[in-house]
Ligand binder design. Structure first.
Ligand code: SF4
Length: 214
């Protein structure tokens, strides 16, 4: 590798000294619901409907006992709302039945919840519990591949590769900042190479510039 983990992180910190998550939430329960809603939907759209959702359903118990139709009605402006309503209800029912309404804070338990895959579980661990975990979403996947941090397409293998390359103490930062870097700078279609602080270590810089100029 022509650069170290710290070379990468130090440059990333110039873009995102204090990375954030675009989904609004106040507790782990709210983040689980928001993350389920965010599948194939923009975070902005999710943020528009969650205040009303959490006013109506302040706790997992409220969701668990609500008729499915009422949940559907509350989220019907997001796509796949029927499927998402079902998953949210099943997830909250499991939270109530298995954990007394409290969101667990381990990957093993989180991934047993309906609607919670490995990516969502890692999002919860990092953002709601500030625990070390590596989030691999579409942005992290693309950035990792562009920097040759992985040669896999499989999110589980990418997660393992990143966990090996970066130190555990940096996983939380990397998980938050790489998502933002991929979303706002190293974008899928038109990466903003002209404003990129990682350009000196980017294996694609010449290619991207040619693409831009051409
Ligand atoms: S130089 Fe361009 S392609 Fe390389 S990391 Fe930066 S934005 Fe992405």
């Amino acid at each position: 590798m022509p650069f170290t983990d710290k070379d990468f992180i130090n440059r990333l910190k110039k873009h995102f000294p204090q990375p954030w998550i675009d989904l609004n939430f106040e507790n782990p329960y709210q983040l689980i619901v928001a993350t389920i809603l965010a599948a194939q939907t923009t975070d902005k759209k999710v943020n528009e409907i969650t205040p009303q959702f959490f006013k109506k359903f302040p706790t997992p118990e409220d969701v668990a006992k609500a008729p499915l139709q009422e949940i559907e009605e509350t989220i019907k402006s997001v796509n796949f709302y029927r499927r998402k309503a079902k998953l949210i209800k099943e997830c909250c029912t499991a939270l109530v039945e298995r954990y007394g309404g409290k969101v667990p804070d381990s990957i093993e338990e989180l991934t047993k919840l309906p609607g919670v895959g490995r990516k969502t579980a890692n999002v919860i661990l990092v953002n709601a519990f500030n625990k070390p975990a590596v989030v691999v979403d579409t942005h992290v996947k693309r950035v990792s591949q562009r920097f040759n941090l992985t040669n896999s397409n499989n999110p589980d293998i990418i997660e393992r590769d990143l966990a090996q390359f970066f130190q555990k103490e940096d996983w939380e930062y990397i998980s938050k900042a790489m998502v933002l870097f991929g979303r706002y700078v190293c974008k899928a279609k038109k990466p903003d190479c002209g404003n990129c602080h990682l350009i000196d270590i980017c294996p694609l810089k010449n290619q991207q510039r040619e693409g831009k100029d051409g």
